[in-house]
Design a protein around this ligand. Structure first.
Ligand SMILES: Nc1ncnc2c1ncn2[C@@H]1O[C@H](COP(=O)(O)OP(=O)(O)O)[C@@H](O)[C@H]1O
Ligand SMILES: [Mg+2]
Length: 421
């Protein structure tokens, strides 16, 4: 409260003496009034001093609370800031050469204020890397704010980024602060940056260059200090060539690019990731960690993981939830690649305790093996490149086994559940 507003707000009480607004509040407290009465008095006082400010603050509070609940705003707490950071390898699993290079890049760029552009397929860990950069930066005691540009309709994106004033467009019932303002002093993570509409790109470029912008419906320039980390699974350079992304913004974003490799290009990380997620799930679900059989681990390692680490985490979580008496079952779409995974029956890889197969499991394993051979030969049975030759059996034997297992030698081989321990 300023000195002039103090004077304006001073009023005379019943005895004629001058009472300041703060005095009124303190008096209420001294008289032992209930907290709700004091709060009520405080709100009236604020409204007298600055009409409308309380409504704006409450609207902002509701907005910030919603973002925090959604995990899109992570203010650091003092005790976290004072704690020594866990080693990056404890949070981000990856011993492969390619992942080591990524982690080294994180360590190099984190202490700077440079813009980082993270590329990689969905589920490769782009957001995890962005958080690691923020946590290792000087900004880690300030908020980490995220926004997925693809999840917001184009028309609303500008308001989400820069905020708006009350009444600036239909539906703008209250003033709203944007993500750049919320991230002031901290880091803004813009996911799926390739989806930002062309017409909004100059405004984003300006805030990156000048750290200044205006809320929608306002002429007042707001200055901030925000570090930007952007991520995309699109080829921005190709989009620039196609004129679907502005080249000036691309060059401004591409200061320090980090490309996260696909999981199928770093299969050696899979066993450690399986172990990591098994432990996390076991802890969360309060269940003991089940041993994963070598065969199951091999199948998990050979699978192509089109959804990358996110898909792996989900498969492990499902297996941990359904695990019963040491029986761990991983459900993978058969075929192991993006094209084969759609519309096919799931292959179940179970880890039986003790590594011993029962009769039914052996039959299922044989059935899956034949199905795999037919997939490899595209349904061809006879000849040098046929499935019989691949399996080392006579074509007539293969035909009788196909009948026994209900398999058809067509290109679209129906897959059955297989159990491997
Ligand atoms: N190398 C990794 N080590 C541990 N967890 C990971 C790793 N990579 C990804 N994850 C986890 O996988 C999930 C998907 O990662 P995320 O960062 O959201 O991917 P993206 O943003 O690329 O889609 C998250 O739960 C994340 O914590
Ligand atoms: Mg993401």
């Amino acid at each position: 409260m300023t000195a002039s507003s103090d004077t304006a707000a001073q009023e005379r009480d019943a005895k004629g003496s001058c009472v300041s607004p703060e005095g009124r509040i303190l008096e209420m407290v001294a008289r032992g009034m209930s907290l709700s009465h004091v709060l009520d008095g405080f709100c009236r006082l604020v409204e007298e001093q600055a009409p409308g400010v309380l409504a704006s603050v409450l609207a902002d509070l509701a907005h910030v609370t919603r973002l925090t609940t959604l995990g899109q705003l992570a203010p650091s707490t003092a005790h976290e800031v004072n704690q020594p950071l866990p080693a990056i390898e404890q949070m981000i699993v990856g011993h492969s050469e390619v992942m080591r290079r990524v982690l080294k890049a994180v360590d190099t760029v984190a202490p700077t204020d440079s813009t980082v552009l993270i590329g990689g397929e969905t589920g490769t860990g782009k957001e995890l890397i962005a958080r690691a950069i923020h946590d290792r930066s000087r900004r880690r005691s300030r908020p980490f704010v995220t926004l997925n540009c693809a999840a917001i309709p184009g028309g609303l994106l500008e308001s989400e980024l820069f905020g708006h004033e009350k009444g600036s467009f239909t539906g703008a019932h209250a003033r709203r602060v944007g993500r750049f303002e919320l991230a002031n002093g901290g880091t803004l993570f813009l996911d799926e940056i390739g989806d930002i509409p062309l017409e909004l790109q100059p405004k984003l470029l300006r805030v990156l260059q000048e750290q200044a912008f205006e809320r929608l419906g306002s002429t007042q320039t707001i200055r901030v200090g925000v570090r930007l980390i952007a991520a995309t699974n699109l080829d921005l350079a190709a989009m620039v060539a196609d004129k679907r992304f502005r080249s000036d913004l691309y060059y401004r974003l591409n200061v320090f690019p980090i490309a996260i490799p696909r999981l199928r290009d770093r299969r050696e990380d899979i066993p450690a990731l399986v172990d990591h997620f098994m432990r996390m799930c076991a802890c969360r679900l309060n269940k003991p960690v089940e041993p994963v059989s070598p065969a199951a681990l091999q199948a998990l390692t050979e699978y192509d993981w089109p959804g990358n680490v996110r898909e792996l985490a989900n498969v492990v979580e499902r297996a941990t939830i359904t695990a019963c008496a040491g029986d761990l079952r991983f459900d993978l779409p058969p075929g192991g690649d993006r094209n084969a995974s759609a519309g096919r029956e799931a292959v179940s890889i179970a880890a039986a305790p003790g590594g011993v197969l029962c009769e039914a499991q052996i039959r299922q394993q044989e059935r899956e093996n034949i199905a795999a051979a037919l997939r490899r030969t595209r349904g061809k049975i006879y000849g040098e490149d046929g499935a019989a030759k691949l399996l080392g059996i006579k074509p007539t034997t293969l035909l009788s086994r196909l009948a026994k297992f209900g398999l058809k030698p067509t290109r679209q081989v129906p897959l059955a559940s297989a159990q491997v321990t």
